[in-house]
Design a protein around this ligand. Structure first.
Ligand SMILES: CC(C)(COP(=O)(O)OP(=O)(O)OC[C@H]1O[C@@H](n2cnc3c(N)ncnc32)[C@H](O)[C@@H]1OP(=O)(O)O)[C@@H](O)C(=O)NCCC(=O)NCCS
Length: 158
């Protein structure tokens, strides 16, 4: 398990092996924040994608408070998905801490650009982190999304 200290004291990003206990914990967090509010269940395709991708948790004083899943989609290019912070912990900078930490980690591995499909209602969160909106709006899991991209610099996000 690799760890990365976040910008908030006591906060740490950890990479979690798929199908481990930690993965099940993060999956519950993802379900509570990203699926349940929309009345959705996991699909078989989502389970299969999970086995291929990398799973990261943001831990505050050892407890999971945030999640992001990373897919390598090309040379120097990664896609971020399943970004969420526990409801009780939102609005205190942990989302920014989660994104800063995963971007720094990926930049250190040679990733130069990250992209994600943002729910339109939270696109402002990614705007504030320096992401750029790209292309037309589209629908995913029944709600409007916009593709967003960000260039990373080696050793830190741009
Ligand atoms: C979106 C989410 C990850 C943000 O995490 P958070 O911990 O609440 O965000 P932070 O407190 O770190 O906020 C960082 C910045 O983004 C801004 N921000 C946060 N949520 C925002 C929103 N919904 N719309 C616009 N701006 C937002 C904050 O005001 C803050 O700006 P500032 O640094 O200029 O003050 C979190 O609210 C969440 O999990 N939401 C539910 C699941 C979800 O929608 N995930 C995204 C799917 S694409």
């Amino acid at each position: 398990m690799s760890t990365f200290s976040g910008s908030i004291e006591g906060c740490e990003l950890r990479e979690i092996p798929v199908e481990s206990f930690g993965y099940q914990e993060l999956r519950r967090l993802r379900f509570a924040e990203l699926r349940k509010p929309l009345g959705l269940e996991w699909t078989k395709a989502e389970g299969e994608a999970d086995r291929l991708d990398r799973h990261f948790g943001l831990y505050l004083e050892g407890l999971p408070v945030g999640t992001v899943v990373v897919a390598a989609i090309g040379s120097g290019l990664a896609k971020l998905r399943q970004i969420a912070v526990s409801k009780a912990e939102q609005g205190r900078g942990l989302g920014r801490c989660l994104m800063d930490a995963v971007e720094s980690l990926l930049a250190g591995e040679g990733v130069t650009q990250v992209e994600l499909h943002a729910r339109l209602e939270v696109a402002g969160f990614y705007d504030s982190l320096g992401y750029r909106r790209q292309g037309e709006l589209f629908e995913e899991i029944g709600i409007p999304h916009v593709k967003m991209v960000k260039s990373l610099k080696r050793g830190g996000s741009a």
